[in-house]
Design a protein around this ligand. Structure first.
Ligand SMILES: Cc1cc2nc3c(=O)[nH]c(=O)nc-3n(C[C@H](O)[C@H](O)[C@H](O)COP(=O)(O)O)c2cc1C
Length: 214
C-alpha cells in the first residue's frame, strides 16, 4: 500500500541532533518504576531496526526474577574486580573510582541476545559473515537506546560480565548469543558528555581521529 512518508523538517532535524547529543550511557538511576507499557513500546520500536536478511535475530529477555538479577549483579562484581586487577598505578586508581553499572538501582534489567540459529532471513547476507546476526541485534540496541532517551529514560550497557554465566542464569536456548545486558530507568542527572570523559578515563575523539580516505 502506497502511503505518504512524513516530512522531516529543520525543526525535527534539530531535535534529532539534540537526541544524539543528549543520549548517554546511564548508570545512576532513580528508584521509581518504569511503566511496563513504556518498555513494551520501546521494544516494539527496537523491532523496526535493520537486520541481515530481515532476520530480526534480536531476542529480548526482561529479567524480573530477583535471584536471576542478583546472579547477574554478582557476575558483574567478580568481572569488575578481575578487570581492575589488570590495571596498575594511576589507571587502576581511576578504574576503581568509576561507576560502571547501575544493576542494583535500575528498575529494569534487559538482556539482548542474537539467535544464531534462526531460520528467519533464510541465511541471506550471513554466509560469509555470520557475525551479521549479532550486529543486527546491536542495531536494535541502538534503536532502543535512542527511543528510550526520547522518552526521558536512561539506558546503561553492561559488558563487564561473563557471558556464559549470564546465559546460564537466564536459562535461554543454547543458540542465543549474549549481545547486551542493559539497565533501564529514570536517570538521576542529565549530561551532554560521557561519564567516562568527566571521570578522566577517556575523552571523546572527533571525526578526524576516525576517518581515512583511500
Ligand atoms: C558495546 C558497549 C559496551 C559497554 N559496556 C559498558 C560497561 O560495561 N560499563 C559502563 O559503564 N559503560 C559501558 N558502555 C558505555 C560506554 O562507556 C559509553 O557509551 C561511552 O563511555 C560513551 O558515553 P556515552 O554513551 O554517554 O556517550 C558500553 C557501551 C557499549 C557501546
Amino acid at each position: 500500500m502506497a502511503v505518504s512518508p512524513p516530512k522531516f523538517d529543520d525543526a525535527f532535524r534539530a531535535q534529532l541532533a539534540a537526541l544524539f547529543a543528549w543520549r548517554r550511557d546511564v548508570r545512576r538511576f532513580r528508584a521509581d518504576p518504569v511503566d511496563p507499557a513504556l518498555v513494551a513500546a520501546l521494544l516494539e520500536q527496537a523491532c523496526l531496526s535493520p537486520s541481515v536478511g530481515n532476520s530480526q535475530p534480536w531476542r529480548f529477555v526482561l529479567v524480573e526474577d530477583a535471584a536471576r538479577r542478583a546472579a547477574v549483579t554478582d557476575n558483574f562484581r567478580r568481572a569488575n574486580a578481575d578487570a581492575l586487577a589488570d590495571y596498575a598505578g594511576d589507571r587502576a586508581v581511576n578504574y576503581a573510582s568509576l561507576k560502571l553499572a547501575g544493576l542494583v538501582e535500575a528498575p529494569v534489567h534487559l538482556a539482548v541476545f542474537a539467535d544464531t540459529e534462526t531460520g528467519r532471513g533464510h541465511g541471506l547476507g550471513r554466509r560469509t559473515m555470520p557475525e551479521m546476526l549479532a550486529y543486527s541485534a546491536v542495531g536494535a540496541v541502538q534503536t532502543l537506546w535512542l527511543a528510550a532517551r526520547a522518552a526521558g529514560l536512561g539506558v546503561g550497557w553492561v559488558s563487564i560480565l561473563d557471558p556464559a554465566e549470564v546465559h546460564a542464569a537466564l536459562d535461554v536456548p543454547a543458540g542465543w548469543k549474549l549481545v547486551a545486558y542493559l539497565c533501564l530507568g529514570w536517570p538521576v542527572e542529565e549530561h551532554d558528555d560521557p561519564e567516562l570523559e568527566r571521570a578522566d578515563w577517556q575523552a571523546r575523539g572527533g571525526l578526524a581521529d576516525f576517518l581515512v580516505r583511500r
